[in-house]
Write a protein that binds this ligand. Structure first.
Ligand code: PGA
Length: 241
Protein backbone atom coordinates (compact mmCIF):
# COMPACT_ATOMS: atom_id res chain seq x y z
CA UNK A 1 0.00 0.00 0.00
CA UNK A 2 1.13 3.53 -0.52
CA UNK A 3 2.40 5.55 2.40
CA UNK A 4 -0.07 7.88 4.06
CA UNK A 5 2.66 10.24 5.22
CA UNK A 6 4.13 12.96 3.10
CA UNK A 7 7.85 12.60 2.41
CA UNK A 8 10.09 15.51 1.43
CA UNK A 9 13.74 14.78 0.66
CA UNK A 10 16.15 17.71 0.42
CA UNK A 11 19.82 18.07 -0.45
CA UNK A 12 21.73 18.27 2.86
CA UNK A 13 22.65 21.92 2.41
CA UNK A 14 19.05 22.89 1.64
CA UNK A 15 17.34 20.92 4.41
CA UNK A 16 17.43 23.44 7.26
CA UNK A 17 16.33 26.36 5.11
CA UNK A 18 13.46 24.37 3.65
CA UNK A 19 12.13 23.26 7.03
CA UNK A 20 12.55 26.81 8.37
CA UNK A 21 10.59 28.25 5.43
CA UNK A 22 7.77 25.79 6.08
CA UNK A 23 7.68 26.67 9.76
CA UNK A 24 7.68 30.41 9.02
CA UNK A 25 4.68 29.75 6.72
CA UNK A 26 2.85 28.00 9.56
CA UNK A 27 3.63 30.78 12.03
CA UNK A 28 2.47 33.39 9.55
CA UNK A 29 -0.77 31.53 8.82
CA UNK A 30 -1.45 30.94 12.52
CA UNK A 31 0.49 33.32 14.79
CA UNK A 32 -0.83 31.66 17.97
CA UNK A 33 0.63 28.28 17.00
CA UNK A 34 1.25 25.90 19.94
CA UNK A 35 4.33 24.01 18.92
CA UNK A 36 6.38 21.23 20.51
CA UNK A 37 10.10 21.37 19.71
CA UNK A 38 12.97 18.92 20.26
CA UNK A 39 16.64 19.49 20.94
CA UNK A 40 19.56 17.61 19.45
CA UNK A 41 22.02 17.82 16.62
CA UNK A 42 19.28 17.43 13.99
CA UNK A 43 17.34 20.63 14.75
CA UNK A 44 20.37 22.85 15.51
CA UNK A 45 20.80 24.03 11.87
CA UNK A 46 17.03 24.49 11.62
CA UNK A 47 17.12 26.82 14.63
CA UNK A 48 19.97 28.80 13.04
CA UNK A 49 17.87 29.16 9.88
CA UNK A 50 14.80 30.27 11.85
CA UNK A 51 16.84 32.95 13.62
CA UNK A 52 18.31 34.06 10.29
CA UNK A 53 14.83 34.39 8.80
CA UNK A 54 13.47 36.42 11.71
CA UNK A 55 10.81 33.77 12.30
CA UNK A 56 7.63 35.37 13.70
CA UNK A 57 7.22 33.43 16.96
CA UNK A 58 5.74 36.41 18.87
CA UNK A 59 2.23 35.01 19.28
CA UNK A 60 3.28 31.39 19.57
CA UNK A 61 3.73 29.03 22.51
CA UNK A 62 6.67 26.63 22.52
CA UNK A 63 6.73 23.41 24.56
CA UNK A 64 9.80 21.26 24.99
CA UNK A 65 9.59 17.59 23.96
CA UNK A 66 11.81 15.96 26.58
CA UNK A 67 14.40 16.60 29.26
CA UNK A 68 17.15 14.82 31.15
CA UNK A 69 16.96 14.17 34.87
CA UNK A 70 19.95 14.26 37.16
CA UNK A 71 21.97 16.96 35.38
CA UNK A 72 22.98 20.12 37.18
CA UNK A 73 21.03 23.24 36.29
CA UNK A 74 23.91 24.71 34.27
CA UNK A 75 24.79 21.50 32.43
CA UNK A 76 25.12 22.38 28.71
CA UNK A 77 23.22 19.22 27.76
CA UNK A 78 20.05 20.26 29.61
CA UNK A 79 17.43 20.40 26.85
CA UNK A 80 15.52 23.38 28.25
CA UNK A 81 18.67 25.49 28.31
CA UNK A 82 19.84 24.19 24.95
CA UNK A 83 16.63 25.22 23.20
CA UNK A 84 16.81 28.61 24.93
CA UNK A 85 20.43 29.02 23.79
CA UNK A 86 19.94 27.82 20.21
CA UNK A 87 16.57 29.39 19.46
CA UNK A 88 14.46 31.20 22.05
CA UNK A 89 17.04 33.74 23.27
CA UNK A 90 18.23 34.51 19.73
CA UNK A 91 14.83 35.33 18.25
CA UNK A 92 14.08 39.00 17.58
CA UNK A 93 10.40 38.03 17.97
CA UNK A 94 10.46 35.40 20.74
CA UNK A 95 7.47 33.24 21.65
CA UNK A 96 4.76 34.61 23.93
CA UNK A 97 5.45 31.62 26.17
CA UNK A 98 8.27 29.10 26.38
CA UNK A 99 7.67 25.95 28.42
CA UNK A 100 10.80 23.96 29.12
CA UNK A 101 10.11 21.04 31.44
CA UNK A 102 10.04 22.57 34.92
CA UNK A 103 11.92 20.10 37.07
CA UNK A 104 10.96 21.56 40.46
CA UNK A 105 9.72 18.93 42.91
CA UNK A 106 9.31 15.19 42.36
CA UNK A 107 9.98 14.13 38.73
CA UNK A 108 6.64 12.39 38.30
CA UNK A 109 4.87 15.62 39.26
CA UNK A 110 7.08 17.54 36.81
CA UNK A 111 6.02 15.11 34.09
CA UNK A 112 2.38 15.54 35.10
CA UNK A 113 2.57 19.33 34.90
CA UNK A 114 4.17 19.22 31.46
CA UNK A 115 1.56 16.76 30.28
CA UNK A 116 -1.21 19.16 31.30
CA UNK A 117 0.42 21.89 29.18
CA UNK A 118 0.58 19.57 26.17
CA UNK A 119 -2.95 18.29 26.74
CA UNK A 120 -4.24 21.84 26.19
CA UNK A 121 -3.50 21.11 22.53
CA UNK A 122 -0.55 21.10 20.14
CA UNK A 123 -0.94 22.41 16.60
CA UNK A 124 2.42 21.17 15.43
CA UNK A 125 5.01 18.79 16.86
CA UNK A 126 8.55 18.43 15.52
CA UNK A 127 10.45 15.31 16.52
CA UNK A 128 13.75 13.72 15.59
CA UNK A 129 14.43 10.00 15.46
CA UNK A 130 17.03 8.35 17.66
CA UNK A 131 19.37 5.79 16.12
CA UNK A 132 17.48 3.28 18.27
CA UNK A 133 14.12 4.43 16.90
CA UNK A 134 13.08 6.51 19.88
CA UNK A 135 10.86 9.60 19.65
CA UNK A 136 11.58 12.03 22.44
CA UNK A 137 12.57 9.61 25.19
CA UNK A 138 9.94 7.09 24.17
CA UNK A 139 12.62 4.43 24.02
CA UNK A 140 12.27 0.98 22.40
CA UNK A 141 9.52 -0.86 24.26
CA UNK A 142 7.24 2.20 24.27
CA UNK A 143 3.78 1.58 22.90
CA UNK A 144 1.66 4.01 20.87
CA UNK A 145 -0.44 4.86 23.92
CA UNK A 146 2.49 5.54 26.26
CA UNK A 147 1.91 8.43 28.63
CA UNK A 148 4.03 11.46 29.45
CA UNK A 149 6.31 10.07 32.13
CA UNK A 150 9.64 9.56 33.81
CA UNK A 151 11.67 7.07 31.76
CA UNK A 152 14.90 5.14 32.09
CA UNK A 153 17.16 6.15 29.21
CA UNK A 154 18.41 3.57 26.74
CA UNK A 155 22.20 3.17 26.54
CA UNK A 156 22.14 4.91 23.16
CA UNK A 157 20.45 7.96 24.64
CA UNK A 158 22.96 8.13 27.51
CA UNK A 159 25.83 8.10 25.01
CA UNK A 160 24.17 10.83 22.96
CA UNK A 161 23.79 12.93 26.14
CA UNK A 162 27.51 12.61 26.73
CA UNK A 163 28.17 13.67 23.15
CA UNK A 164 26.00 16.73 23.85
CA UNK A 165 28.41 17.60 26.68
CA UNK A 166 26.57 16.21 29.71
CA UNK A 167 28.95 16.12 32.66
CA UNK A 168 27.68 12.70 33.72
CA UNK A 169 25.64 10.31 31.56
CA UNK A 170 22.04 10.85 32.74
CA UNK A 171 20.11 7.64 33.46
CA UNK A 172 16.59 8.97 33.25
CA UNK A 173 14.49 11.67 31.70
CA UNK A 174 10.99 13.01 31.22
CA UNK A 175 9.28 12.74 27.86
CA UNK A 176 5.95 13.63 26.38
CA UNK A 177 4.34 10.26 25.72
CA UNK A 178 3.56 8.94 22.26
CA UNK A 179 -0.14 9.15 23.02
CA UNK A 180 0.12 12.89 23.60
CA UNK A 181 2.37 13.40 20.57
CA UNK A 182 -0.10 11.56 18.35
CA UNK A 183 -2.81 13.98 19.54
CA UNK A 184 -0.95 16.89 17.95
CA UNK A 185 -2.81 18.29 14.93
CA UNK A 186 0.29 17.81 12.78
CA UNK A 187 3.66 16.06 13.18
CA UNK A 188 6.94 16.65 11.35
CA UNK A 189 9.54 13.91 11.65
CA UNK A 190 13.04 15.28 11.06
CA UNK A 191 15.94 13.08 9.96
CA UNK A 192 19.34 14.08 8.63
CA UNK A 193 22.59 12.28 7.96
CA UNK A 194 23.64 8.81 6.93
CA UNK A 195 23.54 7.57 10.53
CA UNK A 196 19.73 7.83 10.48
CA UNK A 197 19.16 6.05 7.16
CA UNK A 198 18.61 2.50 8.50
CA UNK A 199 16.39 3.49 11.38
CA UNK A 200 14.33 5.88 9.24
CA UNK A 201 13.65 3.03 6.80
CA UNK A 202 12.65 0.71 9.65
CA UNK A 203 10.38 3.40 11.13
CA UNK A 204 8.61 4.16 7.85
CA UNK A 205 8.72 0.85 5.99
CA UNK A 206 9.12 -1.85 8.63
CA UNK A 207 6.35 -3.16 10.87
CA UNK A 208 4.74 -0.86 13.41
CA UNK A 209 6.31 -2.08 16.62
CA UNK A 210 7.29 -0.88 20.10
CA UNK A 211 10.82 -1.95 19.15
CA UNK A 212 10.84 1.10 16.86
CA UNK A 213 8.60 3.65 18.60
CA UNK A 214 8.92 6.08 15.65
CA UNK A 215 7.02 3.53 13.54
CA UNK A 216 3.83 4.53 15.40
CA UNK A 217 4.04 8.03 13.94
CA UNK A 218 2.66 6.49 10.74
CA UNK A 219 -0.70 6.18 12.48
CA UNK A 220 -1.02 9.95 12.39
CA UNK A 221 -3.09 11.37 9.54
CA UNK A 222 -0.92 14.48 9.12
CA UNK A 223 2.65 13.26 9.31
CA UNK A 224 5.31 14.92 7.19
CA UNK A 225 8.76 13.36 7.02
CA UNK A 226 11.44 15.96 6.32
CA UNK A 227 14.66 14.14 5.50
CA UNK A 228 17.89 15.02 3.80
CA UNK A 229 19.19 12.83 0.99
CA UNK A 230 21.65 11.06 3.30
CA UNK A 231 18.93 9.99 5.76
CA UNK A 232 16.63 8.91 2.90
CA UNK A 233 19.09 6.57 1.17
CA UNK A 234 17.48 3.37 2.51
CA UNK A 235 13.86 4.27 1.76
CA UNK A 236 12.15 2.30 -0.98
CA UNK A 237 8.74 3.99 -0.78
CA UNK A 238 7.07 0.68 0.14
CA UNK A 239 5.78 0.46 3.72
CA UNK A 240 5.32 -3.14 4.94
CA UNK A 241 2.06 -2.68 6.80
P1 PGA B 1 20.05 13.91 17.22
O1 PGA B 1 19.15 13.14 18.29
O2 PGA B 1 19.17 14.93 16.59
O3 PGA B 1 21.14 14.55 18.06
O4 PGA B 1 20.55 12.89 16.26
C1 PGA B 1 17.95 12.60 17.86
C2 PGA B 1 17.41 11.76 18.96
O5 PGA B 1 18.18 11.00 19.58
O6 PGA B 1 16.20 11.83 19.20
Amino acid sequence: RSPRYRLEVLPPDAWAGHVADRLVERLTARPTLRICLPTGDTPTPLYDALVGRGAPFGGAEVLLLDEYLGLSEDDPARAGERLRRELIDRLADPPAAYHPIDLAGPPDQAAGRHDVLAAAGLDLTLVGIGRNGHVGFNEPGSDADSETRVVALAAESRQVAEAYGASEGPRSGITLGLRRLLESAEIWLLATGRSKAEILARALEGPETPQVPASFLRRHHRLTVLADEAAATRLTGRPSS
